[in-house]
Design a protein around this ligand. Structure first.
Ligand SMILES: Nc1nc2c(c(=O)[nH]1)N[C@H]1C(S)=C(S)[C@@H](COP(=O)(O)OP(=O)(O)OC[C@H]3O[C@@H](n4cnc5c(N)ncnc54)[C@H](O)[C@@H]3O)O[C@H]1N2
Ligand code: MOO
Length: 641
């Protein structure tokens, strides 16, 4: 049974949702159970809840004072004060006390003059029912407190208990069987992280999806992770669909590989309603019906799995529970760079957002569906429709928010060259306990200058060497940001060098060695400060770039270069010490270079930048930077321009 499954005809997201939800519209019905109202918080009512008692259940004083019959007080005024007899016409009451018979109003104690033990004086008449909470004012016995399908919240609990409803009938939580599949998967509970063998993968999706199910009001049972075996997986799906599960999810194996069985299994046991949706991530999703139980083949990539949860699994849970689907808030944003998109697929691009002036800048995060951090770092999602080839920088477009608007307003947007100290800075800002956070996107130093020119960032990290003067950044600012007033603040000096495999097997000692036979190099992208630095060295040494094997192959970050060396794709790459250290590579220092922050003058005095500079200049921050190794902080925080 390991035939390759070719996708049935792909559906659009809209079509797939309609097929999926309408197919089960009448079929999925949750059983009911009666539970204590206190336990019902977070649950959904299966029938309306009616009040059993009224509240208040008597007329109550709403203020401290005296209870009176209002009619007795008519005529009282400042010029015509009236004396009342305590115990006959006036009765002392406290807030919440039941009114004595034959009274219908309360006069606040502040308005009462005590003449003696038996007499009080008032200077104004009471209005009937003034400062009285009348019987049933809040809840009347028999009235409906909440309808069927109402989601019980802590405040609803207050109304239920007050109305004498101590038990309610709720829908049973939808119970979902989650079946992870994949021979490569490893249970994280059974190993030390460092023991994970190359090529094995920690099984994470079931836990993420399970917790998402809980958040959506469901329960889940995790099947043990199964090998990619048609019969074993089929048995588990069949069991789920015949036992008391309300939904069955098969994780991974949804695609077209020889070991991707989900669609065939669903076809074998029931009906495949949809296989393949024109969305990315999430394209190979399988939606099916086995024994009237919804079955989903969830793509294996972590982000694809989350997207499929959002688009198909949560909507089905909401449908079962009679709940509206939660809608994300939307705002208009502007991409900081071009976002290409495949025609015929609706792409969901995760973006970082930050308010710069009156615009919200959106920087796309890496798009690989295997990258869970592209979701955890995202502030929003931009959907690029099927018929669209992509977005231009600055083109206004809607983004769905994954965080509160306030967070986006309070984000410092850094675009430019990456340096590990920016991560420390982000952490230091958040640890202050204040509101400010830093979001940085890594597009190289020149990319940062361009973003600053377009007004799309608050900070641009840059380490561009002027090879003629030996000075960093200033001449580039004068050329590329002409007419845009900016300040330049020094962040760190850092060591740039050659990252080589542990033990330096090719004995690379200098930039000259890169031209040697048998040495493969991996470069940084054009426009990156590191590339400028390398080119400077090569021309100084008279080495032709063309003589370096691999000069034309490039990566976008220090870590990506380090990874290429670690994976033996290359023997050497230029980068910072911290990246080499992170991947346990050897490091041959070449130069100490300057890394600065460019900040628009217009916001230099702002609270955000003031806090940023305070943080950078703090001893605690410098100490943490020094501890990374390969950095110098003697001049950190100096304003250079
Ligand atoms: N020839 C084609 N290949 C692929 C296509 C295609 O159209 N044609 N689609 C790609 C897309 S898009 C996706 S998404 C994936 C979906 O693949 P599967 O659902 O079959 O999943 P696997 O290939 O088994 O796994 C993908 C990836 O995810 C890891 N994984 C799997 N389960 C888990 C888990 N429970 N926790 C953490 N990580 C998990 C797995 O190890 C793989 O790395 O197919 C493309 N291929
Ligand atoms: O469409 Mo797949 O779900 O991108 O990675």
């Amino acid at each position: 049974m390991n035939k390759r499954h070719v996708y049935l005809n792909m559906k659009t997201r809209e079509e797939a949702r309609n097929i999926w939800l309408s197919h089960f519209a009448e079929k999925v019905e949750l059983a009911h159970e009666t539970i204590s109202s206190v336990d019902a918080v977070g649950r959904v009512l299966a029938e309306p809840a009616f009040a059993r008692i009224s509240t208040p259940n008597a007329h109550l004083a709403a203020m401290d004072g005296i209870a009176v019959l209002a009619q007795d007080t008519f005529g009282a005024s400042e010029t015509n004060p009236m004396d009342l007899k305590v115990g006959e016409q006036a009765f002392y009451v406290n807030t919440g006390h039941q009114l004595p018979p034959q009274t219908n109003a309360v006069i606040m104690i502040e308005q009462v003059q005590v003449i003696d033990d038996d007499t009080v004086r008032i200077e104004a008449a009471a209005v009937p029912w003034n400062y009285v909470r009348k019987v049933g004012e809040d809840i009347v016995a028999t009235e409906m407190l909440f309808p069927t399908n109402h989601l019980v919240t802590p405040t609803c609990l207050g109304a239920l208990l007050t109305g004498g409803v101590f038990e309610v009938k709720v829908k049973k939580q939808p119970k979902v069987l989650v079946i992870p599949t994949g021979t490569e998967l490893v249970d994280w509970r059974k190993i030390y992280p460092e023991e994970l063998q190359p090529g094995r993968v920690l099984e994470t999706n079931s836990w993420v999806i399970g917790k998402l199910i809980e958040q959506a009001g469901g329960k889940w049972v995790r099947n043990t992770s199964l090998d990619d075996d048609f019969f074993v997986i089929r048995q588990a799906v069949e069991r789920g669909a015949t036992e008391d599960y309300d939904m069955v999810l098969v994780l991974a194996g949804s695609s077209a590989g020889s070991e991707d069985h989900t669609a065939n299994i669903v076809d074998n046991l029931g009906d495949v309603l949809v296989h393949g949706v024109t969305i990315m991530p999430g394209k190979p999703v399988v939606l099916g019906d086995v024994n009237n139980v919804p079955v989903v083949g969830v793509p294996g990539y972590p982000v694809s799995a989350i997207v499929v949860f959002d688009e198909f699994i949560r909507p089905m849970l909401c449908h079962m529970l009679g709940q509206p689907e939660p809608l994300r808030k939307k705002i208009m944003v502007e991409p900081t760079r071009k976002i290409p998109s495949k025609l015929g697929l609706e792409e969901m691009v995760r973006v970082k957002l930050g308010r710069v002036g009156d615009r919200v800048a959106a920087t796309p995060l890496p798009r690989g569906a295997g990258s869970i951090t592209s979701f955890t770092e995202a502030d929003g999602i931009i959907r690029i429709p099927n018929e669209n080839e992509g977005l231009h920088p600055g083109q206004p477009v809607e983004a769905e928010l994954l965080r509160f608007n306030r967070t986006i307003d309070n984000t410092l947007v850094a675009v430019g060259s990456h340096d590990n100290t920016l991560d420390l800075l982000a952490d230091a800002l958040r640890s202050r306990g204040g509101y400010l956070s830093l979001s940085s996107s890594h597009v190289g130093s020149m990319g940062g200058l361009m973003a600053m020119k377009k007004g799309m960032c608050h900070i641009a990290g840059s380490h561009l060497l002027d090879t003629e003067t030996g000075e960093y950044n200033i001449s580039y600012i004068k050329t590329y940001l002409a007419g845009i007033p900016v300040k330049l603040v020094h962040l760190v000096m850092r060591e740039q060098g050659l990252m080589v495999a542990k033990g330096n097997p090719k004995n690379i000692q200098s930039v000259e060695d890169l031209g040697r036979d048998g040495v493969r190099f991996i470069n940084r992208q054009a426009g990156s400060g590191t590339r400028v630095l390398l080119d400077h060295y090569l021309s100084k040494l008279g080495v032709q770039p063309s003589s370096i094997n691999g000069y034309g192959d490039d990566e976008f970050t220090h870590m990506a270069v380090a990874a290429a060396v670690q994976n033996q794709v290359a023997d050497a790459g230029m980068g910072i010490y911290a990246a080499a250290k992170a991947l346990e590579l050897d490091f041959v220092p070449v130069i100490t270079e300057q890394y600065d922050l460019i900040i628009p003058e217009g916001i230099f005095e702002s609270e955000k930048i003031t806090i940023l500079l305070e943080t950078i200049r703090s001893d605690a921050f410098k100490k943490r930077v020094d501890a990374l190794g390969g950095y110098h902080t003697e001049r950190t925080g100096e304003v250079l321009m």
